[in-house]
Design a protein around this ligand. Structure first.
Ligand code: HEM
Length: 338
């Protein structure tokens, strides 16, 4: 392990929080469900039906909504659903209402639907943030103080199973994207061992005027640039799918002052290398640490990450009627499913 202050001299100034791992929890589930269409209106009915299904018996213990426009110009509505008990997810997914809805999705519609569902032990999960606000999976597990922060290798050290597993991918380079015909089809993608899923979040809704100024002056545009590099340069960064989402208040139908990047990378090793070398990430990391070291205010921005390392078979990635560049579709073998 690198010494905590070796890479980031201001790291000691941040009240870091990591996930608490509740005893008795074995396998958790997280599903990224999305609908895509030429505009939000065209997918509105489909998204409303999906949201209603997510409130049914055995539905997620925690749900967040987001929107983004993908590089093909399609408007996507995304539901991030979290279950502390993977068996409850399986029951929800297999229920007649959910399974019947999924099977009845029309192939000739202008709307594409996907479900990327992962079920795995919490020993391959990590969360990190600079204060005690919560989001994602830790709304169900809770958080606790941790010293595994502020140095390269911190993400890895916070994953309990990293003491015995390096999480190496059998695939060294992002494969050349495959432009197969995917519309009108129901496809399931088979991903290789040790795929790395991460959700990075930034919320500035509780920040005061001075902190907002730091966000706007030093961080906002730099984060956008950094994430664009991850999305647009898969060979250099190891990133397969990068969705830059605005978080959404579904009740009020309005944008929140929160954003999340939903990323699948070939491995933790690939994304670590990108984070340690690409200047825009180094700049935003330093701004964040400097702000904590020099602040004349209490920073309330919620800058956080959650990560899952997925063994082969732990991710079920299904795409119905989606365009060929959706999610993991361009990169791996896909089989037709019912
Ligand atoms: C406001 C935005 C961001 C800030 C302030 C920030 C800050 C940091 C800091 C302080 C670290 C040091 C490690 C730690 O303490 O856990 C770190 C590591 C890392 N960040 Fe960011 N980051 C931001 C956005 C992102 C985004 C959007 C991604 C990817 C999509 C990302 C990927 C990573 C990775 C993979 C590491 C781990 C490197 C390692 O452990 O060797 N970061 N970041």
């Amino acid at each position: 392990m690198t010494h905590p202050t070796a890479a980031c001299p201001h790291a000691a100034d941040v009240p870091w929080r990591a996930a608490r791992l509740p005893p008795g929890v074995e396998r958790v589930s997280h599903a990224i469900l999305g609908v895509q269409a030429a505009d939000a209106e065209a997918s509105a009915d489909c998204a409303t039906e999906l949201r209603a299904l997510l409130t049914q018996v055995d539905g997620p213990g925690h749900l967040e909504c987001m929107r983004f426009v993908d590089p093909e110009g399609l408007h996507c509505q995304v539901f991030l659903a979290y279950w502390l008990d993977a068996a409850a997810y399986q029951r929800w997914r297999a229920s007649p209402a959910v399974d019947g809805w999924w099977r009845a999705l029309p192939r000739d519609s202008a709307v594409g639907v996907w479900c990327e569902a992962m079920s795995l032990p919490l020993t391959r999960f990590q969360y990190g943030a600079g204060n005690d606000r919560i989001a994602g999976m830790v709304t169900l597990t809770g958080v606790e103080p941790s010293t595994k922060f502020g140095y390269w290798g911190g993400y890895r050290d916070r994953i309990p199973a990293s003491v015995e597993d390096k999480f190496l991918s059998p695939v060294q380079q992002v494969p050349a994207p495959n432009e197969r015909d995917t519309r009108g089809r129901r496809l399931r993608v088979e991903a290789p061992d040790n795929l790395c899923y991460l959700r990075e979040g930034q919320s500035w809704d509780e920040a005061g005027a001075e902190e907002r100024e730091v966000w706007q002056r030093e961080m906002d545009a730099t984060v956008t640039d950094w994430v664009a590099t991850l999305r647009d340069e898969p060979e250099r960064t190891g990133c397969l799918s990068v969705r830059f989402c605005r978080e959404w208040d579904a009740g009020r139908d309005s944008a929140l002052e929160r954003q999340s990047q939903i990323v699948f990378a070939l491995s933790l090793h690939h994304i670590e290398r990108a984070a340690r070398t690409i200047p825009t990430h180094l700049a935003v990391k330093d701004s964040f640490l400097r702000m904590h070291a020099n602040a004349t205010f209490e920073p309330r921005m919620h800058v956080w990450v959650e990560m899952f390392i997925l063994k082969r078979g732990e991710l079920v990635a299904d795409y119905v009627n989606c365009h060929p560049r959706t999610g993991l579709l361009p990169y791996f073998e896909a089989v037709e499913v019912a």
